[in-house]
Design a protein around this ligand. Structure first.
Ligand SMILES: [Zn+2]
Length: 313
């Protein structure tokens, strides 16, 4: 047994689901609670943090963020001792959504499995470093991708708990079709996807994350709309699920949330916003989306809408 595996397991609260479902806000709210730390979308640590030196949630570059530099020292005696380009390459070759079947099919060994294990072993060291530097008993990882959740099952010394975060598909489709400039990347435009692609991926991502219900990994569902409407109740419920005190949320006001700076390595541009933010559902799609497109999205995603309690009309 390696020394890492012999230590107390590190509890990861993993937010899974499809992009633009409010995961940056929800993960930051969870990470602001007593005993928790939010690290954002950790799947982009190598591609955006270590190699591209992009902005951390604390508004410093990765290389000048004290938190991530300490994590690098605790984990590897400094990031310079890891082959970040190799890790970014590994990420590209095993962590994309199309790789889901190869993560779950039995008997998947050979080069693919060896690449996955190499990536997982390195991530174990990263998580150990995060745990040590943050001192938190729960690390909130909002990577969302099913492949990231599947990988965590192979990371030695991890106690994984999954929160499936769902947002109604019309809001998600509308968000992916909007042109939005990123305050965290010098005004670069956020990626856009067609409604058909988003609708299909919404179904696929949610089905893949929900499949964890069939495993021994603890799983719970949170609807973004419920979080915004009843944040105290929803946060308390998920914090209890994570084994944290449900009362540790003094940052929640009446319809507002007071967000401290955190060290999310990647995510939605709102990750660099701090202070009091209104908690309000983004319902722009209701007026901005044409009725024809709305009907097509409903038809495409109806099985998932019914499953997660969204009315078809
Ligand atoms: Zn930082």
């Amino acid at each position: 047994m390696t020394p890492l595996a012999a230590e107390r397991p590190i509890r990861i609260l993993f937010l899974g689901g499809h992009g633009r479902s409010g995961s940056t806000l929800v993960s930051r709210a969870l990470g602001a609670a007593e005993g928790a730390s939010c690290v954002g979308e950790l799947r982009y640590l190598w591609t955006q943090g270590v190699t591209k030196n992009q902005l951390c949630g604390c508004r410093r570059r990765f290389a000048t963020c004290e938190f991530w530099q300490e994590v690098g020292r605790a984990a590897f005696d400094g990031w310079q001792n890891v082959d970040a380009a190799e890790m970014a390459g590994l990420h590209h070759s095993v962590m994309r959504i199309r790789h889901v079947p190869r993560h779950v099919l039995p008997g998947a060994d050979g080069p693919f499995a060896r690449r996955v294990q190499r990536y997982a072993d390195t991530m174990a060291t990263v998580y150990r470093g995060i745990s040590e530097v943050s001192g938190s008993s729960v690390i909130v990882d909002s990577s969302k991708f099913p492949t990231s959740a599947l990988l965590l099952r192979r990371v030695p010394g991890i106690d994984l708990r999954i929160v499936q975060l769902v947002r109604g598909p019309h809001g998600v489709v509308h968000s992916w079709s909007r042109k939005v400039r990123r305050a965290d990347k010098g005004g670069r435009l956020m990626a856009t996807h067609s409604p058909a692609q988003t609708a299909a991926e919404w179904l696929a991502f949610n089905a893949a994350i929900e499949s964890f219900r069939l495993t021994s990994t603890p799983w719970t569902l949170m609807r973004y709309e419920d979080f915004v409407a009843r944040p105290h109740r929803e946060l308390a419920r998920v914090l209890e699920f994570a084994g944290l005190p449900s009362a540790g949320t003094p940052f929640l006001g009446d319809g507002t949330i007071d967000l401290p700076a955190d060290h999310s390595v990647a995510g939605n541009p709102m990750r660099i916003r701090t202070g009091v933010v209104p908690l309000k559902a983004d319902e722009e799609w209701r007026t901005a989306m044409r009725p024809g497109r709305r009907r097509i999205v409903t038809a495409f995603t109806a099985p998932g809408m019914l499953r997660y309690g969204y009315p078809l009309r």
